[in-house]
Design a protein around this ligand. Structure first.
Ligand SMILES: NC(=O)c1ccc[n+]([C@@H]2O[C@H](COP(=O)([O-])OP(=O)(O)OC[C@H]3O[C@@H](n4cnc5c(N)ncnc54)[C@H](OP(=O)(O)O)[C@@H]3O)[C@@H](O)[C@H]2O)c1
Length: 438
């Protein structure tokens, strides 16, 4: 299978670099475009990006020329957006209109009614909103978003607790400085300090959680009936958001039952390349999880939990630019692929207004045709051999001694040949749109 062409918008930034790192050796995706501001456009990526990660700048990206953020100049079927939110608000719809699948990290579109806000382990069924979005907006492409970094960590841990019924959640976050972008917080402001305010963050956690844990009823998301209250703090940690969570659960489970729910949590995705083996890792030590020790668990995609106590109270921790940003978007794109939602930008019409379901039906139909095709071929060949003697005898006996056994070959052989040709033709016709999809 050829790899899917992907681009990164905001590729030179903090999250953009994480995207490049995650996509460089991806088994399904290949980087075909890197876009950033006019400051970076025209330069090789290695010169434009002030590479800040602890790995070498990937070969697959280093020599790519950075292009401006323009749908006509970005040659990709999926674009991952790591743009500032204000820019994302206008740019992402332009890319969706131009036929791209936009997997966005930015907050701009998350709360739009027809835009899925997805964590694959939590609410994969919300992808159904894509059909509605494309119908509403008449876009050839679509936008799918992942939540705010703190919301992701918390919701991954809330999903297994939903079995106990959730009344309310209180959360206090201790968020890493990388969450504000490389130049987002001055060293003098954060060193030896805690800042008890992150603009807009508390509202995002409170809003987004209700949508993510809500129910998709086939046409919209009905928000979860839960009270969420958040208090956010910036702390002098480079990467890794830590959260202390108080969960008021309806059935009053014991800490042991909650621990087991975390341990047994199996989202059943099973074959997505970026999916961690354990979405939740339970730490039993009294002083874990800690960002420096636990943020890279599951290649940065696992959420670690610990200090599970009566109440229910616990601590959750995860890597904010991986699990909370680039890794989350890449996982979303992998889920789209698995669910049959990826199509080539050059052939958006092949998915019609019915992406997702229709290609699935097409695939089944073309599979059925293939069965008809191959079995008619089999019947054709075997009938020839089976009746071979009588087939030749037929002409012989037609002329000389007509007899009964040669009669079936008269019908079976030409009949199966006709079926063969009809099936071949329809397989070609009906599977053509499928080949324009990934
Ligand atoms: N950091 C996190 O933990 C985190 C977590 C979740 C979500 N997010 C979200 O992800 C997005 C990116 O965050 P970040 O931390 O990576 O920010 P960042 O380091 O400041 O990077 C911003 C990127 O956007 C580009 N850009 C900025 N202004 C532009 C303009 N006017 N026109 C075109 N391109 C422009 C920059 O290109 P140049 O280099 O050329 O200027 C750079 O590539 C934000 O929406 C943020 O809220 C971040």
């Amino acid at each position: 299978m050829s790899k899917i062409k992907v681009g990164v918008l905001g590729a030179t930034g903090n999250v953009g670099q994480r995207f490049v790192q995650a996509l460089a050796d991806h088994p399904w995706f290949e980087i075909s475009a890197l876009a950033a501001s006019d400051r970076s456009a025209g330069k090789k990526y290695r010169d434009a990006a002030d590479w800040k990660l602890g790995t070498e700048i990937p070969e697959a990206a280093a020599d790519i020329e950075v292009v401006p953020i323009d749908a006509k100049k970005v040659d990709a079927d999926i674009v991952f957006s790591a743009l500032p939110a204000d820019l994302a608000q206008t740019i992402e719809p332009e890319f969706a209109k131009a036929g791209c699948i936009v997997a966005s990290n930015a907050a701009a579109m998350r709360m739009e009614k027809d835009v899925p806000l997805v964590i694959p382990e939590v609410n994969p069924e919300h992808l159904g909103l894509i059909d509605i979005q494309r119908e509403n907006r008449k876009w050839d492409g679509c936008i799918i978003t992942n939540p705010n970094c703190s919301t992701i960590m918390m919701c991954v841990t809330l999903k297994p607790l939903m079995q106990f019924g959730i009344n309310s959640i209180n959360v206090a976050t201790m968020q890493a400085i990388s969450g504000a972008g490389y130049n987002g917080v001055y060293a003098m402001a954060i060193y030896d300090n805690v800042i008890p305010y992150i603009g807009g963050e508390e509202e995002k956690i409170e809003r987004e959680t209700l949508k993510i844990l809500g129910t998709f009823n086939g046409s919209e998301i009905v928000n979860a009936d839960i009270k969420v209250s958040a208090a956010c703090n910036r702390v002098p940690v480079i990467d890794g958001h830590t959260e202390t969570i108080w969960a008021d659960l309806k059935s009053n489970p014991t800490p042991e039952e909650v621990r087991n729910a975390f341990l047994n949590f199996n989202p059943g995705l099973s074959d997505l390349p970026t999916e961690p083996k354990y979405p939740i890792i339970v730490r039993d030590e009294a002083d874990r999880p800690q960002p420096r020790l636990d943020r890279d668990m599951g290649k940065g995609m696992s959420v670690s939990v610990g200090r599970i106590r009566d109440g229910i109270r616990y601590v959750a921790m995860g890597h904010n630019t991986v699990r909370g940003a680039a890794g989350a978007s890449v996982l979303n794109a992998e889920l789209l692929h698995k669910k049959g939602y990826l199509w080539k930008r050059s052939h958006p019409q092949t998915s019609g207004g019915l992406p997702g379901k229709f290609p699935g039906i097409l695939r089944i139909f073309s599979g059925l045709l293939f069965i008809v095709f191959s079995s008619s071929f089999f019947i054709s060949v075997s009938s020839f051999f089976f009746f071979r003697s009588s087939f030749f005898l037929f002409f012989h006996r037609l002329l000389f001694v007509p007899s009964f056994p040669c009669v079936p070959s008269l019908f079976v052989f030409p009949g199966s040949s006709a079926l063969f040709s009809a099936a071949a033709r329809s397989t070609f016709l009906f599977s053509a749109p499928v080949f324009n999809r990934y």
